[in-house]
Ligand binder design. Structure first.
Ligand code: ADP
Ligand code: NI
Length: 209
């Protein structure tokens, strides 16, 4: 089965990731994406394959995105995936990243992006943010670093920030960028949890017991 072979292929590549893109992230995104695909009557195979493969070309993980895209393409061709599905999967994984800020037209792309974004908020989102920050030697919080507004992709990736600033620079905005009604509903609780977390964080930061 193509799905199982893709799972194995992705596991091999991401098994040792400690920047918040490990296999369990992929598996959660896949499960949520498949659920959204059912509700929104999207093509389930395309959604599931794209969800499984979405981080294997991320420039935070691979040295060269184009080389990684070619590898995914070669793998999918070997699995005998029909051309039309193949090109959709490749298009989805190349367009959904937050940092690229692209407009999406395919329903299947919107669904995979929604599922990926849901995994960046809520309890899991909080945990991943601190893991990513630790991996990048970023502080938990630094009051001397102000929250950045509009920024270039380069600034977003390499400028100085903190885990707490990342909530204001990205995570609290994700809810309003979701596409599907189902994802918007799921996001409510996760968004509220982050706000509660930040309120409590600042109380404790000030030394208010
Ligand atoms: P992007 O699509 O922007 O590349 P990802 O979704 O791949 O981001 O990011 C992976 C995880 O790391 C997410 O949980 C995200 O919130 C977190 N993350 C990304 N950039 C930062 C950062 N500068 N500081 C803290 N966490 C980050
Ligand atoms: Ni992801």
């Amino acid at each position: 089965m193509i799905i199982e072979r893709t799972e194995d292929w992705v596991k091999e590549r991401l098994a040792h990731d400690t920047t918040g893109h490990d296999w369990y992230h992929i598996d959660r995104v896949r499960k949520v994406a498949v659920m959204l695909a059912e509700k929104e009557n999207a093509d389930q195979q395309i959604v599931e394959l794209a969800a499984l493969l979405h981080d294997t070309i991320d420039d935070k993980i691979v040295a060269n995105e184009q080389v990684a895209v070619e590898e995914v393409k070669k793998f999918l061709v070997e699995q005998g995936l029909p051309k039309s599905a193949l090109y959709k999967v490749l298009a989805i994984i190349q367009t959904i990243s937050f940092s690229k800020g692209q407009e999406l037209s395919l329903l299947e792309a919107k669904i995979v992006q929604d599922a990926d974004r849901l995994d960046a908020i809520g309890a899991i989102g909080i945990a991943r943010t601190f893991q990513y920050s630790g991996a990048r030697n970023q502080p938990i919080y630094d009051p001397t670093l102000s929250v950045r507004g509009q920024m270039t992709r380069e600034e977003y990736r390499h400028g100085k920030s903190s885990a707490i600033n990342h909530f204001y620079e990205k995570l609290l905005q994700l809810k309003d960028g979701l596409h599907t009604q189902t994802a918007k509903e799921v996001a409510e609780k996760r968004h509220a949890l982050m706000e509660q977390f930040l309120d409590q964080f600042f109380l404790e930061w000030e030394g208010n017991a």
